[in-house]
Design a protein. Structure first.
Length: 74
């Protein structure tokens, strides 16, 4: 039998400063590896480094305009 070791999504959310739902989303998107046991996910603490520096939200409009200008120049 494989024993699950790791922290819960709630613990991961607290350590990352994110919501539980955001941690669940990271798991379903494949950005945060996790093992499922029943209805719960367990995450290895060292895997939190993979998503620790992710920024939420859209980039500012000024960044979008600058990026668009770079693409239109030949």
């Amino acid at each position: 039998m494989n024993l699950v070791r790791g922290i819960t999504t709630a613990e991961a959310a607290r350590k990352l400063g994110k919501t539980v739902r955001h941690v669940q989303w990271l798991i379903t998107e494949g950005r945060l590896p996790a093992e499922r046991a029943g209805r719960d996910y367990f995450i290895r603490e060292e895997d939190l480094k993979l998503v620790a520096n992710l920024k939420r939200g859209r980039p500012p409009k000024s960044a979008k305009k600058a990026d668009a200008k770079k693409r239109t120049k030949p």
